[in-house]
Design a protein around this ligand. Sequence first.
Ligand code: BG6
Length: 506
Amino acid sequence: MSVNGSGEYEKLAPSKAAPAPPATLVIFGAMGDLARRLLIPSILNLWHDGLLADGFEIIGVSYHDADDEALRNTLDEFASNKGDGETEGPEWTAIRERIHYHKGDFKDDATYTSLAGKLKGNAAFYLATAPSFFGTIVEKLAAAKALDEADGFRRVMIEKPFGTDLASAQELNKRILACVPESQIFRLDHFLGKETVQNIMVARFANTLFEAVWNNHYIDHVQITAAETVAVGSRGSFYDATGALRDMVPNHLFQLLAMIAMEPPNSFAAEAIRDEKAKVMKAVRAPAPSEVHDVAVRGRYAAGETEGKPVKAYLEEDNVPADSRTETYAALKLEVETWRWAGVPFYLRTGKALTARDTHIVVQFKPVPFAQFHTVPGAAPGTVRLPPNRLLFQIQPNEGIDFEILVKRPGPTVEPVKVGLDFAYADRFELGKRTGYETLLYDALIGDQTLFQRADMIEAGWAAIAPVQEAWKEGAPEDYPAGSAGPVGADVLLARDGRHWYELGK
Ligand code: BG6
């Protein structure tokens, strides 16, 4: 153990990598929220870490009447988000002068012919636009020959949501793949940019301990939670057309599920990993229509309070129709039909306006077969139910891993008591503030597709939840007070199996 004199751990620096090859990053929707709040800060972080080459350039495409300087001005206020409290003077200046504006309507061929004329060598096209433009932009880029790789790589980065159901995702994949091969497509799921999500693979495949018991002989069930305190706020019209299920489950939560449930890949090459993830996502059984009622719960927040502030009911939010049946909370019980996982339920839940911001995975192990502890106070021999071992991946906030084991309570009797072997990332590593997009941008520039979704993975996610989407076209969600842990129905879902959810915000 590397404990220093003060009793604290020495912190380890982040890993290092070589700069990505010089390239132009073309951002469609350069004036939008994603570009400003996430992409620009990430680019700054990459620059700061020496991960962008000298020849790195940015072209922002948007329909607004603007020029280079106007675009740079809009981005200025978002360029100080490195988390160390300092504004990025010289570093921002270096990036700033590499930013150029390209005015154009996304539906107009001329936008693309003139853009193609400006591009030399490597280019990555980032579609930070409304999803309705994804297909059109790719088709028009291809028609303008901007995706030909004659004098450098040409890659397309596509944000979520990728479709709104299985049929629309298939349709979009078909349109895009008719223009450009899968090897040039980088479909984003920003959860995969989170360090702790990537760490699941290391925890599983770099430690003998876990992988040896990673199956239905030892694991009782898995819980995957993405709880948010934020309400829908100003996103009413987007959110009402989307809902918690579509927004979070087939993409983010399924990525977490795949990380937990995939088989060990043959190598750490992108395709080997994506093959295993795709396999396990395809093994998630879509419930039969008659089962949906028993395995899926939807909720909608009523008025309440989160983080000490009042929250109005979802139905009172701006741009939410009074007869909305959109859910702001979804919980599912899923089965993964593989040799390894048969019989192990995967419980997924996500929601807005909940009691805590808490994204975690709990792997709960089976109880010991027999507890020989005769001295647990008040319990007859052989009747003691000991708390099970639990492995907790804390994705956010306070990233880390906790492993709950039983130890003897000190004293004259042999009394088992639960404790945590708690690892917090912040205790052991220097963590700058990261948006999570740094890795994704860098990987796209070096051509590593590991953290991007392949067409079959996207479609498998939609296929698994299709019956729930269908069933939820009728009826209405169950209310839960804002600031609570979600609807009562979600507790009942687990209680029926003799289980309960891990406490939020613990
Ligand atoms: C987005 C969803 O994809 O993920 C949002 O559209 C959600 O509704 C967000 O709030 C959660 O991401 P994070 O990184 O804040 O957990």
